[in-house]
Design a protein around this ligand. Structure first.
Ligand code: PYC
Length: 312
């Protein structure tokens, strides 16, 4: 039996697995994440797809941290992949840890496969994540996308690898979600077809399109395609981190200056950054709210033909 707590962060769901996950052994979280990805795909996928999960859900498997100053270790995954870091998931995780009485208002460290992040819990729902150092790797990469035309974007890292398109090929509006998804998939396929990668072979599995904000307080509105082809209902914490590194590199945002980033559905994060330790590196801060939606025991019956989730 698996004990989980579900939440949503600005509309994007997170499922924290408190008990009952596979034994991934000890050692660096990056190695344990690889073990989850290669040896337990059925386990992690089944938790976040129907009938046990829901569309767009990201799972967060709690593991023992290697650094004892961290309140927990965590490995994130969606239906398609184990991912390095997850901003909305970390906000959801902090709200979950507060809900179960493991943390209180204040600042706490969490270990992820890509490094240690800090969460500051202002109240039981409001969380600021100080993410790992983020940076732009390449500016103005031109793609010729079949059926779409020329698409120009930056390749940047925020805990995952992103292709960030400032001028969305189609307006970032809820009525365009299907079209944005189709174009995002084509952009990703073009990236793979041309062997375009992040630094050290990093897989660019998230695509982000930007358009004008729809509210007065918004800086811009974004659409984020995740590896499982679902779009992020929040503005995507790691994607916002990667974008902040591009804004910083282009001197479009000063250190400490705050902006409000709108998501496709109209929710949002407050974002800012401080300079990092490497040239071009920044330390992003992402503030958003998460709400607990469910506490549950997941019962997986070994005779259930759909125990590994619906696979089409
Ligand atoms: O918030 O970083 C994020 C994220 C990644 C995938 C879905 N959300």
């Amino acid at each position: 039996m698996l004990k989980v707590v579900d939440s949503h962060t600005e509309g994007e769901p997170t499922r924290v697995v408190l008990e009952g996950g596979p034994d991934l052994g000890s050692g660096p979280l990056s190695e344990r994440a690889k073990r989850l990805a290669t040896e337990h795909k059925d386990f992690y996928r089944s938790l976040v797809v129907e009938p046990y999960g829901q569309e767009a859900m990201v799972g967060a498997l709690l593991v023992e941290p290697t650094d004892p100053s961290c309140v927990t270790g965590v490995i994130y995954f969606d239906a398609a992949a184990v991912i390095g870091m997850c901003g909305h998931g970390t906000i959801g995780l902090a709200a979950t840890l507060a809900h179960i009485g493991k943390i209180d208002v204040g600042t706490h460290k969490i270990e992820t496969p890509v490094g240690i992040v800090e969460v500051t819990l202002t109240d039981k729902n409001t969380v600021t994540v100080q993410n790992i150092e983020s940076y732009r790797f390449k500016k103005g990469v031109e793609l010729d996308v079949e059926g779409v035309g020329k698409v120009v974007g930056d390749i940047a890292y925020g805990g995952n690898w992103f292709f960030i398109v400032d001028d969305s090929p189609t307006p970032v509006l809820p009525s365009n979600i299907r079209t944005l998804t189709e174009i995002g998939i084509k952009v990703r396929e073009t990236i793979y077809a041309h062997g375009i990668e992040g630094e050290n072979g990093g897989i660019i599995d998230h695509i982000v399109f930007y358009g004008p904000a729809l509210t007065d307080k918004g800086h811009t509105r974004n659409f984020v395609l995740c590896p499982d082809d679902a779009y992020d209902r929040s503005p995507c914490g790691t994607g916002s981190s990667a974008r902040l590194s591009c804004l910083a590199a282009d001197q479009r945002l000063a250190p400490g200056e705050a902006i409000y980033q709108e998501s496709t559905i109209g929710s949002g994060y407050t974002l800012s950054y401080q300079l990092g330790s490497k040239p071009g590196g920044i330390i992003p801060s992402i503030t958003g709210q998460a709400f607990i939606t469910r506490e549950a025991n997941i019962v997986v019956n070994p005779t259930d033909p759909l125990r590994h989730g619906v696979q089409l």
